[in-house]
Design a protein around this ligand. Structure first.
Ligand SMILES: [Zn+2]
Length: 85
């Protein structure tokens, strides 16, 4: 996965492009910065690895119909949808 290009999804069952429940396992490294009083702020968090475990549609809950799509294809689809209006 190239940084700066988030995955996009589409539900083939209902056409949803915008709302998904996503379960992700992430390994990160971060700078834990405590105050003397023990209050924590997490800084400079870096994602070392990321695995998408499960994606399901928020609209129809149809997990198996969700497919990953190319963000560039999606921009074309968005443009067509705007033209249709
Ligand atoms: Zn759906």
């Amino acid at each position: 996965m190239a940084p700066g290009s988030p995955r996009r999804y589409r539900c083939a069952a209902c056409g949803n492009l915008t709302r998904f429940n996503v379960v992700v396992t992430r390994r990160t490294r971060a700078f834990y910065h405590y105050t003397v009083g023990g209050e924590l702020s997490v800084e400079a968090e870096e994602v070392l690895s990321e695995v998408v475990e499960d994606v399901s549609c928020r609209w129809c809950d149809h997990g198996r119909a969700v497919e990953e799509v190319d963000a560039n294809d999606l921009r074309d689809a968005d443009r067509q949808a705007a033209d249709d209006r």
